[in-house]
Ligand binder design. Structure first.
Ligand SMILES: [Zn+2]
Length: 341
């Protein structure tokens, strides 16, 4: 449907039609106009890109919120979900159930945090498992990882089941897939046994860096800095999408269905609408994670293992024996604020 919508009559086409009407019937001029129309049509086809949005560290990463109180979490969640709904974006959110418990809070507070998490399924969004504690598979043991996965299931599974769904997606904390290939494969067999599909990532705009500095700026009432950070965050996202498209095309000879990694933080709650507009402007439509994974790219050989968290594009590059394209960090002024936080 989106594909058809992109073929709507645009101002450029209208101008061309007027041009066509005014043109003399000389064969040469008609041929020129026809070629121009064909070129526009081809560029519209090429602009039919697709991305699935995934949001990690639910109910919320404490440091990315302006206030990690029950009220602060509720407000951030409502804002983020309203923005996702308004943009018509299907989202899978990945939960760390340990974040439902905050030191010093009561049982009632815990229940209120769970109620904030439930807003995701109430709004029709899917939830997946991101482990209980956000532990690293690459820096810990396989046994600890298995326990972390199982501990991370009860609330999330219940919320999904209440809506007639199942708990079916898993996202690795830090994108750590295992320090060596034996551990990676053993963990994958374990995840498959428990019914999980792993959710890869191909676009990582390091929102946690911007989010931490942004939340601090808002907390201090520095709206000027918050606005400056938000603007650069949007620019950096646009840049990361370009990088992912180029990397995919260099590797596969074509672009792929991308999967964006974000977090449930304040910068996204405040600016998701603008971010969705940036992505749309690049020619994207928003698809479900399930649809994204139908791209054959996700069947590519992948033997990456190590202590770094990388996107799957980099996994595939390394597996193919290619020198990985180097991703650029956010600018120095952002990195300095992040380091000084
Ligand atoms: Zn995470």
């Amino acid at each position: 449907m989106q594909r058809h919508r992109q073929r709507q009559i645009t101002p450029v086409l209208i101008l061309m039609m007027i041009g066509l009407a005014l043109a003399t019937l000389a064969e040469r001029k008609l041929a020129v106009v026809a070629a121009a129309v064909a070129a526009v049509d081809a560029s519209l086809d090429a602009a039919d890109k697709a991305v699935a949005i995934t949001i990690d560290d639910l109910p919320a990463p404490g440091g990315g919120l302006v206030q990690n109180t029950v009220a602060g979490l509720r407000e951030n969640t409502e804002k983020l979900l309203a923005a996702c709904r308004k943009a018509g974006v299907p989202v899978v959110g990945f939960v760390n159930e340990s974040k439902l418990v905050v030191k010093g809070e009561s049982d009632a507070d815990r229940a209120a945090r769970e109620a904030a998490l439930k807003l995701w399924t109430d709004n029709g969004f899917e939830l997946g498992n991101h482990t209980f504690t956000h532990g690293s598979l690459s820096n810990g043991t396989l046994e600890a990882f298995k326990k972390d996965v199982i501990d991370g299931e009860p609330v999330t599974r219940r919320l999904m089941q209440e809506k007639g769904g199942t708990l079916r997606y898993f996202r690795h904390p830090f994108l750590h897939v295992g320090a060596n290939l034996d551990i990676r494969r053993a963990s994958e067999a374990f995840l498959a046994e428990r019914g999980y599909t792993i959710a890869p990532v191909t676009v990582d705009a390091k929102d946690y860096i911007y989010a931490s500095v942004y939340a601090t700026a808002v907390r201090k009432g520095d709206q000027e800095l918050a606005a400056k950070l938000a603007a650069d965050y949007l620019r950096y996202n646009d840049d990361r999408f370009a990088f992912a498209e180029e990397t995919a095309t260099r590797l596969l000879g074509r672009d792929i269905n991308h999967i964006l990694l974000m977090h449930a933080n304040a910068i996204n709650a405040d600016h998701f609408g603008a971010l969705a507009a940036v992505i749309k402007k690049r020619g994207y439509r928003f698809i479900t994670l399930e649809e994204a994974l139908t791209d054959d790219a996700y069947k590519l050989p992948d033997t990456y293992a190590g202590t770094w968290g990388h996107t799957w594009l980099r996994h595939w590059e390394q597996t193919a024996g290619k020198t990985p394209a180097e991703s650029t960090d956010p600018p120095d002024w952002v990195m300095k604020l992040y380091a000084a936080r």
